[in-house]
Design a protein around this ligand. Structure first.
Ligand code: ADP
Ligand code: MG
Length: 143
């Protein structure tokens, strides 16, 4: 087991439907610790920068417009195997395929508006954390 940090986002549909507390509680109840969190409203170019790996995909425009359509809550979560553990708690990308008890199964309304984002590798987690948080905004469980 390894202590890791991952980047978590409550997407605009989750914030709009007042689900911030419920979703953050799921992470805490599952042994992930919030070590930084804030609400931001991305511009379209900030959303395009965040999702740059998807720029050739047909849904890129829909995705970046959605992600800049309202405030989101970005958090750094820390815990044992946080990257894969967080993705398990989120559930599959398509809510119709997400396992019972996952956030996307319980809350997501469509494939595009699927309520949460989570880093997909430790390497991408480091890049995504640095995209949103400066060093002084970050704490860790030892501090
Ligand atoms: P995940 O968020 O589970 O890592 P991806 O990285 O594959 O999934 O895709 C990023 C986001 O793009 C998804 O969470 C979803 O919001 C959106 N998305 C993915 N595939 C589609 C699609 N076929 N149509 C519309 N939106 C999509
Ligand atoms: Mg992804």
């Amino acid at each position: 087991m390894a202590l890791e940090q991952t980047l978590s986002i409550i997407k605009p549909d989750g914030v709009r439907r007042n689900l911030v507390g419920k979703i953050l509680s799921r992470f805490e109840e599952n042994n992930l610790r919030i070590v930084a969190t804030k609400m931001i409203h991305m511009t379209i170019s900030e959303a395009e920068g965040f999702y740059a790996v998807h720029r050739e995909r047909p849904f890129f425009s829909e995705l970046t417009q959605f992600m800049s359509s309202g405030p989101v809550v970005v958090s750094i979560l820390e815990g044992e195997n946080a990257v894969s553990h967080h993705r398990e708690i989120m559930g599959a990308t398509n809510p119709a395929e997400a396992a019972e008890g996952t956030i996307r199964r319980d809350y997501a309304e469509s494939l595009g508006e699927n309520t949460v984002h989570g880093s997909d590798s430790l390497e991408n987690a480091a890049v995504e954390i640095a995209y949103f948080f400066s060093q002084t905004e970050r704490v860790n469980s030892a501090s």
